[in-house]
Design a protein around this ligand. Structure first.
Ligand SMILES: Cc1cc2nc3c(=O)[nH]c(=O)nc-3n(C[C@H](O)[C@H](O)[C@H](O)COP(=O)(O)OP(=O)(O)OC[C@H]3O[C@@H](n4cnc5c(N)ncnc54)[C@H](O)[C@@H]3O)c2cc1C
Length: 509
C-alpha cells in the first residue's frame, strides 16, 4: 500500500543563535558534512534557554552517498512515502461532512483511485466567512452556515492548533498535505504548532480546489437528510433535499453539532451509545499574565498553558487560544455556546481557554438533550446572543460585580452568577480547581473573567464500529471523527479519516 523512498540523513544538535536567519542552516550543514547537499528540511526545533540561549535543530538531509557521513549525531533516516498506490477502483465512496475527518479521508481515497463524492451541508469558505461575519457583528445566525458548519468543518474558525497526544506516522502525511496546500512548513517542527484561522481558511480552500481538479465531486449546501437501507441494513442511497445519490460506501464525518442528522440516524436504527462529556466555560486573562510566568519566553510568542486538576472529578483547560478571542460557536438559533479562535499572529493581547469539568454518561439520559438544555437556558437568561460572564474572583466569592475588563466575545456579555450553573458537588470541585490553577499561575483568579457556557468540547455519543471500522449494525457505514466519538481536535479527527480510508483501501484492494 505504501511506496518507500530513498535513505536520508538525520543530523541532530545543530545550533543557531536566536536572531540568526534559518537560511544559514544549509551552509552549516554543508560545512559539517564537508560536501554539497541536495536539500534539507527541519525535523525539530527547540529552544535551549540555559546559558547563552539558542535554538537547537534536527534536520533531514538529502545527500549522495549518505553512508559516508554517518556518525554519533548523523544517523540514517528512512522517510517513507505514505501515499497509497493509485489504481482504478470501482467503489463509490460518499463522504458526509467536510471537516478534518471528511477532508483527509476524501483526500486519501482520491489518491487511491476511488470515486469520491463529498456532501457538506454548509457553504464554501468565502460565503461562510460572510455569514459568520454577519453573526459576529449583527447577531444574525444562519443555522446551516456558521462556526460549526461549512467547508473545513468546525476547525475553520479556530486557532487551528495542530497538537495531539496521538503518536502516528500519518501525522507527518497530514502535515505534508497542509504544507503542500499553503500552510507554513514550520508546522512540522514547531512545538504546539498552530496555523490560525486566517491561514487555515486559505489552506482548506486550496485543498478543496485540488480535490475538485482531481475529480472529487462536491455537493456544498446539501445536507444528507435520509439513508435508504436494504433488508440487510446496507445503505443503498443517500437523500438530500435536492436529490438522491447511489453509493457503495458511506463515510460519516458529521462533527459534534449535527443534532438533526443524529436524530435521523437514531430513527434509522444505527447503533449509537452514550459517552462521557465535559462542560464549563471559557476564561479570559491578559496575555501578559500568562507570558510573565514563562521563564524561557525569549522568543516573544504568546504562550499557552495546560492545566489539570484531579479532584473527585477531573477539571482541565482545553483548546487554549493565546492572543485570541472568545467566539459565539452556536449552530442553533436561541442557544449560546462559546469557543475560542486566534489569528496566525496571536496578537489580541488576551489569552482564553475552556475550563471544563467531566460529566459522566450515567449523569444524563440523552447527552444531546442535556447539552442543548444548557445552551437554551443560557439564551433564555441572556435573551440575546450575549454570552454569560462573571469575574473569576466573584465566582469564587459568590458575588457579581462589573467585569474587570471587557470580554473579547464579539456580541457582548451579560453578568451571570456561574454558581448557579453547576450542581453542588461540581461547584465545589470547580472551585478547588481554580485554587489549584491560581497556585500554578498566580493571578489566575483575580485577573480573569469567565465567559460561557462551553458545551461542545466533546461529543456525547459514539457510533460503535467493529474491527473493520464499520458500524456494528449498518453494513457499509463508516462513522468517523468527533461526531462519531472517535476524535476531538483537528489532528485526531484527520487521523481518524485517514484510518477509515486505509481500512477501505485494504478491504477493497
Ligand atoms: C471554534 C472552534 C475552535 C476549535 N479550535 C480547535 C483547535 O485550535 N485545534 C483543534 O485541534 N481543534 C479545535 N476545535 C475542534 C475541531 O475543530 C474539531 O474537533 C474537528 O473539526 C472535528 O472534525 P470532524 O471532521 O469530526 O467534524 P467537523 O469539523 O465538525 O465537521 C463536520 C462537518 O459535517 C457537516 N455536516 C453535518 N451533518 C451533515 C449532513 N447531514 N450532511 C452534510 N454535511 C453535514 C457540517 O456542516 C460540518 O462542516 C475547535 C472547534 C471549534 C468549534
Amino acid at each position: 500500500m505504501i511506496k518507500s523512498i530513498r535513505d536520508m540523513l538525520l543530523i541532530n544538535e545543530i545550533k543557531l543563535p536566536l536572531n540568526e536567519d534559518e537560511g544559514k542552516l544549509k551552509e552549516i550543514i554543508e560545512h559539517k558534512l564537508k560536501c554539497r547537499i541536495r536539500s534539507f528540511e527541519i525535523h525539530k526545533k527547540s529552544l535551549d534557554a540555559r546559558k547563552d540561549p539558542h535554538f537547537v535543530y534536527s534536520v533531514i538531509v538529502d545527500v549522495d552517498h549518505e553512508n559516508r557521513y554517518l556518525s554519533k549525531n548523523v544517523i540514517r533516516y528512512k522517510k517513507e512515502d505514505l501515499s497509497p498506490v493509485h489504481k482504478k477502483r470501482d467503489k463509490i465512496c460518499a463522504v458526509i461532512g467536510y471537516g478534518p475527518s471528511g477532508i483527509f479521508s476524501a483526500y486519501r481515497l482520491m489518491e487511491a483511485g476511488f470515486k469520491v463524492i463529498v456532501f457538506e451541508k454548509g457553504k464554501r469558505i468565502k460565503e461562510r466567512e460572510k455569514d459568520v461575519g454577519r453573526f459576529f457583528s449583527e447577531g444574525i445566525l444562519d443555522p446551516s452556515s456558521n462556526v460549526q458548519f461549512g467547508e473545513g468543518g468546525a476547525g475553520t474558525f479556530s486557532d487551528a492548533k495542530l497538537t495531539t497526544r496521538i503518536k502516528d506516522q500519518y501525522i507527518e502525511y497530514i502535515l505534508d498535505i497542509l504544507i503542500r496546500h499553503g500552510a507554513k512548513p514550520s508546522i512540522k517542527y514547531e512545538n504546539h504548532a498552530h496555523i490560525g484561522t486566517d491561514e487555515i481558511r486559505k489552506v482548506i480552500k486550496n485543498i478543496t480546489d485540488h480535490l475538485i481538479s482531481k475529480g472529487v465531486e462536491f455537493h456544498f449546501e446539501e445536507e444528507i437528510k435520509d439513508l435508504e437501507l436494504d433488508s440487510n441494513r446496507k445503505i443503498k442511497r443517500l437523500r438530500t433535499a435536492q436529490n438522491t445519490y447511489e453509493c457503495d460506501l458511506v463515510l460519516l464525518g458529521i462533527g459534534h453539532s449535527a443534532y438533526s442528522t443524529i436524530e435521523m440516524l437514531k430513527e434509522k436504527g444505527v447503533y449509537i451509545e452514550k459517552k462521557d462529556i465535559a462542560i464549563g466555560f471559557r476564561v479570559e486573562h491578559p496575555q501578559s499574565l500568562i507570558d510573565e510566568r514563562q521563564t524561557d519566553n525569549l522568543i516573544r510568542e504568546a504562550n499557552e498553558y495546560f492545566l489539570r486538576y484531579k479532584g473527585d472529578k477531573g477539571v482541565y483547560s482545553f483548546c487554549m487560544c493565546p492572543g485570541g478571542m472568545v467566539i459565539p460557536a452556536m449552530s442553533e438559533e436561541r442557544t449560546i455556546v462559546t469557543n475560542g479562535m486566534s489569528y496566525a499572529s496571536r496578537d489580541s493581547g488576551i489569552a482564553n481557554s475552556a475550563i471544563l469539568i467531566q460529566v459522566f454518561k450515567e449523569e444524563f439520559d440523552d447527552g444531546y438533550e442535556y447539552l442543548h438544555k444548557i445552551e437554551e437556558a443560557a439564551y433564555s437568561y441572556s435573551n440575546t446572543y450575549k454570552a454569560l460572564a462573571q469575574n473569576i474572583k466573584d465566582f469564587m466569592n459568590n458575588e457579581l460585580h462589573e467585569l474587570i475588563f471587557e470580554s473579547s466575545y464579539p456580541l457582548g456579555t451579560i453578568l451571570y452568577d456561574f454558581n448557579r450553573f453547576f450542581n453542588k458537588d461540581d461547584l465545589r470541585i470547580m472551585k478547588e480547581a481554580f485554587l489549584d490553577f491560581d497556585r500554578k499561575i498566580p493571578g489566575f483568579i483575580d485577573k480573569g473573567i469567565i465567559v460561557g457556557p462551553e458545551t461542545r468540547s466533546s461529543c456525547p455519543i459514539r457510533i460503535r464500529r467493529n474491527e473493520e471500522l464499520v458500524s456494528i449494525n449498518t453494513e457499509n457505514l463508516y462513522p468517523m471523527g468527533e461526531g462519531a466519538g472517535y476524535g476531538g481536535g483537528i489532528m485526531s479527527c484527520a487521523l481518524d479519516g485517514i484510518r477509515i480510508a486505509n481500512q477501505i483501501i485494504k478491504t477493497y484492494e
